[in-house]
Design a protein around this ligand. Structure first.
Ligand code: ZN
Ligand code: ZN
Length: 168
């Protein structure tokens, strides 16, 4: 969604609120299930430098990290950005265009805030058994019969667990 800043730009120190919906159907490839309108507060400092603030809460469908089953996941993000005239430089030093003339690409700002706040890992349930690495069967639905080759996998899992526990 594009916000027209023409009026805001006329008055230094002016603040205005906007209700915005993301215009994309997907964020980072994950379909949006539902989204509350995002209330953005935009403050014009002076000389076309603005701050944009808002709280985002939406539900995305993200595949389970282990079995790939789609999981409806609530993602929340606090958006707080300073935009200086035309350009904004992100953390990697790359120039991102959010403004074109008097038009602010609010949809893009929201999408990027959500991407920054995506969960590292989504599980359909805490004890999801995942897919068999050999045959691809969903092990939540029962064993698959590849068990003969277990030793190697078991070892790998033990090492992984040790790492996970060390990280706790
Ligand atoms: Zn799962
Ligand atoms: Zn199998």
């Amino acid at each position: 969604m594009i916000i027209q800043l023409t009026d805001l730009y006329q008055v230094p120190g002016k603040t205005a609120g906007y209700d915005v919906m993301p215009d994309a159907e997907c964020i980072a490839g994950y379909p949006i299930v539902s989204c509350e309108p995002v209330h953005l507060v935009i403050h014009h400092e002076k000389d076309r430098a603005i701050t944009v603030e808002g709280s985002i809460s939406l539900v995305l469908t993200i595949p389970c990290d282990r079995c790939l089953k789609p999981v409806e996941t609530t993602v929340t993000a606090d958006l707080s950005r300073m935009l200086d005239g035309q350009r904004f430089t992100d953390e990697d030093g790359e120039t991102v265009e959010y403004l074109e003339g008097d038009m602010l690409d609010a949809g893009r700002l929201i999408e990027e805030a959500v991407i920054e706040n995506l969960p590292m890992k989504v599980l359909c349930r805490e004890d999801c058994k995942g897919l068999c690495p050999k045959c691809g069967r969903d092990l939540n639905e029962g064993p698959c019969g590849c068990e003969d080759d277990k030793p190697l996998t078991g070892m790998g899992e033990a090492i992984l667990k040790a790492f996970q526990n060390a990280g706790k």
